[in-house]
Design a protein around this ligand. Structure first.
Ligand code: NCD
Length: 302
């Protein structure tokens, strides 16, 4: 493994390897015992061309927990605002010889383009609606810790599936690992092309989560939609929001996941989001750190 650009590039053995290493770091963090100098003298450069709350901070903390120095490059303060081309910016940053580049970009395949121009490992922190591999890996760690294994589970991915890179990466990873993936979305939020043929599609939330082990909710990505296509929050919640009542259709021990940012009262009700035993949102955020430590360790730790 030289880069982490998308789930497509990973074999099921490589996925299992990363999850196992992430699980090791998750326990090591809880015990306070791990190699804090693993990435000493390594410089990790983060290039975020899109806003982010959890992913940027999570990579930053993960790298620092392993002793790396992190440089957070800021697109708004860069020469891109002086009309420098994207490729010249990348060549310039590459000439400074970072040990890894973590990139988020709105353009389809931008991390792959960067990987073709630089000498260090490149990690995709989310590009367009295509891929968000580290999110799918931390979700897989969370599900594995709760349910034991991914194989044979029914996972319903619900909401704005069409514009979601989280849905796409999760569907590919979970299918590869033997889970049964469903997409649950009204027609206007269902992708035209499915990432895997085996995915079953539903337009009704109750039917879509029937018997599910995992219910994963997604925000409506308004920034990727035409204004006219966006329904009112109240109408969307009425028809497609996850309430405690609707959740009764899933298995009684189903877990609820959400990559965040979450829009309460739109795709999810407060009492579901705050369910003390079944809601995994905080666990997912916490698991972001050991998962990204595992990724950095594998790619940069040598
Ligand atoms: C998502 C993203 O940016 O792709 N969030 C995340 O990284 N955890 C999902 C979103 O923006 O809705």
């Amino acid at each position: 493994m030289r880069h982490l650009l998308g789930i497509d590039d990973l074999s099921s053995d490589e996925i299992r390897d990363i999850i196992n290493r992430a699980d090791y770091y998750s326990r090591a963090l809880a015990d306070g015992r791990w190699d804090r100098n693993k990435l000493q003298h390594k410089i990790v450069l983060t290039l975020f061309f899109e806003s982010s709350t959890r992913t940027l901070t999570s990579f930053d903390i993960a790298a620092k927990r392993l002793g790396a120095d992190v440089v957070n490059w800021n697109a708004e303060l860069s020469s891109l605002s002086k009309d420098e081309s994207f490729s010249d910016t990348i060549d310039t940053l590459s000439a400074m010889r970072p040990d890894a580049i973590i990139i988020r970009h709105c353009e389809y395949g931008a991390p792959n383009f960067v990987a073709g121009r630089v000498d260090c490992p490149v990690i995709n922190a989310g590009d367009s609606w295509r891929e968000h591999p580290s999110q799918a890996l931390l979700d897989a760690l969370t599900i594995t810790q709760e349910k034991g294994e991914l194989k044979g589970l029914t996972v319903a991915i619900c909401g704005d599936v069409a514009h979601s890179r989280v849905a796409s990466s999760n569907a590919k990873l979970l299918t590869k690992m033997g889970a049964n993936v469903r997409f649950v979305a009204p027609e206007f939020l269902m992708p035209q092309k499915l990432p895997c043929e085996s995915i079953k599609c539903f337009d009704n939330l109750e039917q879509g989560i029937e018997g599910a082990d995992v219910v994963m909710m997604l925000r409506i990505q308004k920034e990727r939609m035409d204004r006219g296509d966006i329904p009112s929050d109240a109408a969307y919640f009425n028809n497609h929001g996850l309430t405690l009542e609707r959740l009764k259709c899933a298995k009684p021990d189903a877990i609820i996941m959400h990559p965040g940012p979450m829009n309460r009262g739109v795709e999810i009700a407060d009492e579901v989001a705050d369910d003390p035993t079944r809601s995994m949102m905080k666990r997912q955020v916490a698991n972001g750190i050991p998962t990204r430590m595992a990724i950095l360790d594998l790619l940069v730790g040598g």
